[in-house]
Write a protein that binds this ligand. Sequence first.
Ligand code: G6P
Ligand code: MN
Length: 441
Amino acid sequence: MKKYNVCIVGGGSTYTLGFLKSFARMQNEFPLNKLVLFDIDADRQKPIGQYGDIMFAERYPELDFSYTTDPKEAYEGMDFIFMQMRAGGLKMRQQDEHIPLSMGKIGQETCGAGGMAYGMRSCKDMIAAIYDIRKYAPDAWVLNYSNPAAIVAEALRREFPNDTRILNICDQPENVVRSTSRLLGCNWEDLDPVYFGLNHYGWFTHIYDRKTGEDLLPKVREIVKEKGFLPQDAEQRDQSWLDTYGFVKTMLEDFPDYLPNTYDGYYLYPEYKASHLDPNFTRADEVMAGRESRVFKECAEIIKEGKLGDKFDAISDAHAEMMIKVAEAIAFNTNERFILIVENNGAICNMQDDAMVEVVCELGINGPRPMRVGNIDQFYLGLLVQQVSAEKLLVDAFFEHSYKKALMAFTLNRLVNDAKVARKLLDALIEANGDMWPELK
Ligand code: G6P
Ligand code: MN
């Protein structure tokens, strides 16, 4: 069996540990020859790399594992490059969330003004990274889940129109499917969803039972009404995530047609959501106090002991598992179904062809084959056309260095929605981002 070479860009991410454990756990189904972590921040990556050295020596001794800040070392000879960079780090995520909230608007990692600010940073860093990658690994598959994925996907589509080995993915639709399976008391792999939307803005029109073909959505609606909605891994989640999932109940009561993605809450209830977020302690603060400190504490402990022994976290990491399964689908040409971000080209019939949409696709060695959704109803179409327009205008602003287009993007975004506020927010974010953004004229 062929063994694969994999690089993780963003080796210092709080998600990397989950990947290292999952690669070790899945070594028989997706065997690796070489695994390299890459990060521009050597200090942040180092403890995670040292943890990897210890863990793989015990659990995966034949694996050639290393970590580096050198792009050549990182990319050369790679089959798959997993991209999870966070342009500007968690400190800038904090700014993205705090600045809009200080003006009464939603501050969120990927939605609204904060998401657009992050989008500008990510477009810059992602495009530079892909040029580096293509210099050293022209044929590697790039699996991108760096955020904001919708904006990044649009920018990469434009900058690399002929590159068919860049795949944009998000784990949230699958997280919702997994959560639904917990509610139904079944295995999530037995569910066969139909989904449409943009990244972090979509709906499940059907959740079929893969074996019987029954649409379980009516049942899901009834159970949610009675019991609410929980993430599959609720026991490992912070309160803010439990609230976000719990809000699915409210959305289903108001808009019972489809099961929403959890992110829809920001777009459908912007005022309510903004008034319930704490402008001084947002999700970025919670992540830094929680997951970030937990991850680095775990590394420090293992490094100090010099061995893992029986301390192997058995909890499944759904996010890492999904991304590895995506690589497997390509490597083994399985044509398995995933919800992926692809150019529309008729998948959602009444949306423009060049929108980057999120739909169910079959995935194999030649990339994703999207499954047609048909026409979507006016309500959803209206919401999505508005959002895709905001995203496209933001990417225009990025490439054209246009303040005017950025102001249009901000004004059009449902979570800003007012030109005067848009200008104030844009100016504050330009200042906060400095040269992490292109200069807008
Ligand atoms: C989900 C989304 C990701 C997002 C993450 C944030 O997994 O799909 O795109 O980055 O949530 O999670 P966090 O715990 O960092 O707030
Ligand atoms: Mn996502």
